[in-house]
Design a protein around this ligand. Sequence first.
Ligand code: TYM
Length: 333
Amino acid sequence: MCEQNEKKKVLSCIQPSGMLTLGNYLGALKNWVYMQNEFDCTFAVADLHAITVRQEPSKLRSQIYSTYALMLALGLDPNKSTLFIQSQVPEHSALSWILSCNTQFGEMARMTQFKDKSAKHADNINVGLFSYPVLMAADILLYKPDFVPVGADQKQHLEIARDIAERFNRIYGDVFTVPEAYIPKTGARVMSLQDPEKKMSKSDENANSWVAILDDRDTVIRKFKRAVTDSGSGIYLSDDKKGISNLMTIYGAVTGKSYDEITKEFEGKGYGDFKLAVGETVADELAPIKANYDKIISDKAELERLFREGAEKAEKVARKTYFKAMKKVGFLL
Ligand code: TYM
């Protein structure tokens, strides 16, 4: 009996667009690391997705390296999981075309991320930005995962991937597994430190609003000290205390403490004490990742060896599903 075959499958991807944030870490990456011990995991750097907004080629190249290195630095292990770069497995683009022809314009037009991003990049509302969720569906469906660990902002894309899979299976016969989203209870939506109504995002122009996974200790603590809070007092979860609630979410996601435990821990303490404690806790969590990263990124040859090997491993799985889909729609092999 082969234990590996009994494990449920997991897939997720991350875009290599700029610095990865504490939001990426708590909403997704931290869970990837836990999941690799229990599941058969596949994780990718979604570089094809990154060019839906204009990228400078040399910068993109270095961000792909650094995102892959960061996945390793977090503790993702190429001997346990398949770790690869999306553009190196051409089946993603190829399946995306077949799926595009089975996806309705109206379905894509409803996507809130498209609406947000096209407002932000009004000078470049390209077709790729519009059909982005179809490529994401291809990323997922090629590997037949049971679970897709993502932050709450990707929920709508996951739902459309499920719809596309169900429709394809209904029309052509069973090819795809219909996956479940795996969204963490705490940390699914980490908000900006400067405007807690907005998602923490690396594209935010105000650098104090987000913490990069690779920020140094002093920077992390400084950003938390400057975090926006309301004018009241008391550390408890409330709709009137969006800033404090966000800090509680971050603190809870890092320490595993419940909101009640956090409230008790900081009884009688002020916002300043709490902000400092959150900053120090986050800095402690991120410090070993940064130290690992600095070592890993300096060995480019080893990185290249690993991502090539990862792509080969991924492609074996992807090709099987892709060929099956090709046959079902009537293409010749
Ligand atoms: P991306 O690159 O924007 O983000 C990577 C992961 O981080 C999560 N995330 C957050 N979670 C909590 N709070 C935040 N502030 C926050 N910001 C980001 C995201 O939900 C995501 O899980 N389309 C995807 C990448 C992708 C993908 C896929 C994901 C491409 N193909 C297939 C899953 C499966 C994206 O742009 O994520």
